[in-house]
Design a binder for this molecule. Structure first.
Ligand code: NAP
Length: 562
């Protein structure tokens, strides 16, 4: 066990983004003593850190918001179809004020370790502020995309000018006027920021390793009549979204793209493109993420739009994704991204043709030229899903570090818990739909499930709950099986951990859909937490070894067959 704990708590929550905020609210309502630790200086999580120009949501504002409080959703007014980062952060602040959350959030504090003590069945949680507390439960509400990834390029620290990562943007903003700017990375963050940086910079050079599929956001001010109508039916709308595949209403027809009449198919793809919706094109036919031939039809459609927009055919071709199926990396929503490459002051460097050799004090040296720059922007993404969890030194039963347990990839039961780590929960962890869904829907579902579970344990007088190895093995197998039925594992995506050198290649999120997943989680709870073992407070020591199942035992029947 670590240093002597200063305080005894029911729950420590790590992170005060939308997960940690709602968790705190629920835990407080239910009478659990709770301390939230947050590395940032205020609430908002991803929306606190990602302040780069153009940062905005790619799920519609009226869906990307809490549903747990009908008054809140009626009183809050979103101004645009897709909210900007400042507006989402203002919303997070409004919620924190309204629910008076800050009293139990300690800001500017990073949790460094969490060590489980078997003798007391409690976690000893330490922070970088020198504090250690004791808690019965720890909930990792750390977000999926919060550990930034720098470009692993030689000389990255030698650049003479300022460098900025999109995921750690300065609060005061950056003025690029008159500057020669380089942006490395063309994922969602790069694609959102590039058009705005181009408008300000003297010259912008975009270093692209993998072209992405992006669709126009068609963002616009929200129409008052639409808002009135949505607010009138908000409850029903939210309920339907919770049971849908991705947490927003989406009708995916069963018709197959490969069987459709070509003209009709083209028209339907166009309609999807014009919808300004993340799933606009992918929702058009039922086989796009399952059949490579169908996917190629959609991919080629998007490439056709890029050719329509970009004047220089060579640049259009370089911007056209050809090394992964459409939708297997998260598609992007943009405002003027492809058209930005028609500007005189923008140059695209295709790193497949001329890779970066090194970053020098003066700029970026590729295999065929040196690009002189005043400023470098790294839009190079995140060590996704596992990075923020493993950033904390978590040690479970028998002194086992989580980093060791997950060395070949994350292993969880339902993305909520992991065997050997009693009373530790993850919100939207690997093995749950999380990043493949409207995060707000998935966050609320996990918070409700976890807090209901804590209440059930309290009522039963149980001191610990822990996923069994068998249940976890069954779930991991199921997650892999479902992913392998799709084209998703084919891309070198951050879903696969492929963007971080040396990270195990495992498809991390659960593709089964949030509706089905919600039912599975509910069934587990109804069956008195099937696949978990709980221990009564008094019987703790002896009962533990007695009721732990042997590794490889049969998993919970209800989960494997889906
Ligand atoms: P990302 O999708 O991982 O994109 C990172 C980009 O940097 C990729 O183009 C990657 O190329 C490139 N890159 C990484 N290391 C590099 C290196 N050493 N040299 C050259 N290029 C390098 O990260 P992101 O754009 O920050 O987005 C991450 C996720 O956050 C998104 O998929 C989305 O889920 C979420 N997000 C959402 C929004 C929104 O709601 N609107 C906005 C931003 C982000 P490779 O593809 O070749 O690895």
């Amino acid at each position: 066990m670590g240093p002597l704990a200063d305080r005894q708590l029911d729950v420590v929550v790590v992170g005060a983004g939308f997960s940690g905020m709602y968790l705190l609210h629920r835990l407080r309502q239910l009478g659990f003593s709770t301390q939230v630790y947050e590395a940032g200086s205020d609430v908002g999580g991803t929306w606190y850190w990602n302040r780069y120009p153009g940062a905005r949501c790619d799920i519609e504002s009226m869906d990307y918001s809490y549903s747990f409080d009908p008054e809140l959703e009626q009183e809050w007014e979103w101004t645009e179809r897709y909210s900007t980062q400042p507006e989402i952060l203002a919303y997070a602040n409004h919620v924190a004020d309204r629910l008076d959350l800050r009293a139990e959030i300690q800001f500017d504090t990073r949790v460094t370790s969490a060590v489980f003590d078997e003798a007391t069945a409690r976690w000893s949680v330490s922070t970088d502020q020198g504090e250690t507390v004791s808690a019965q439960f720890v909930v990792m509400a750390v977000g999926c995309l919060s550990t930034t990834k720098q470009p692993e390029v030689p000389g990255v620290d030698t650049f003479a000018g300022p460098t900025y990562h999109t995921g750690r943007w300065p609060h005061e903003g950056v003025d690029f006027t008159g500057q020669r700017v380089g942006v490395i990375g063309t994922g969602s963050s790069g694609i959102q920021s590039i058009p705005l940086i181009a408008e300000q910079a003297a010259h912008l050079t975009v270093f692209q390793r993998t072209p992405n599929f992006s669709m126009p956001a068609k963002n616009a001010p929200l129409d008052a009549a639409f808002v009135r109508q949505r607010k009138a039916t908000y409850r029903q709308h939210r309920e339907e979204a919770k049971h849908s595949p991705v947490g927003v209403l989406l009708d995916i027809p069963e018709e197959l793209a490969v069987e459709a009449d070509p003209a009709e198919r083209e028209a339907r793809f166009h309609e999807g493109w014009e919808a300004g919706f993340l799933f606009g094109v992918s929702r058009t036919y039922g086989d796009l993420l399952l059949d490579p031939a169908a996917n190629e039809l959609a991919s080629e459609f998007v490439r056709g739009r890029i050719r329509d927009i970009v004047d220089d055919p060579a640049v259009a071709e370089a911007l056209s994704p050809r090394n992964h199926p459409f939708g297997t990396k998260r598609p992007c929503l943009d405002t003027g991204y492809y058209a930005t490459f028609n500007r005189e002051n923008v140059t695209l460097i295709d790193l497949h043709a001329s890779p970066i050799v090194e970053i020098t004090p003066a700029g970026v040296q590729t295999s065929d030229r040196e690009v002189e720059l005043d400023v470098l922007v790294f839009a190079t993404g995140f060590d996704a899903m596992t990075g923020p969890i493993l950033g904390v030194d978590i040690v479970g039963r028998d002194g086992q570090p989580l980093r060791e347990k997950w060395s070949a990839g994350p292993r969880t039961y339902l993305g909520l818990a992991t065997a050997g780590f009693p009373n530790l929960f993850t919100v939207t962890g690997p093995g749950s739909p999380s990043v493949l869904s409207n995060m707000m829907v998935s966050i609320e579902q996990h918070v409700d499930w976890i807090t209901d579970c804590l209440v059930a344990l309290r009522e039963q007088g149980a001191s610990t709950i822990e996923a069994t190895v068998a249940a976890e093995d069954g779930w991991v197998e199921h997650v892999n099986e479902v992913a392998s039925m799709t084209l998703m594992p084919q891309a070198n995506s951050w879903y696969m951990g492929a963007n971080v050198p040396g990270k195990p290649r495992v498809f991390m999120p659960y593709v089964g859909g949030v509706g089905l997943y919600r039912e599975l989680c509910a069934t587990v709870a109804e069956k008195n937490y099937d696949g978990f073992e709980t221990l009564a407070s008094l019987a703790r020591g002896l009962a533990h070894s007695a009721c732990r199942p042997a590794a490889g035992a049969t998993g919970p029947s209800g989960l494997r067959a889906t």
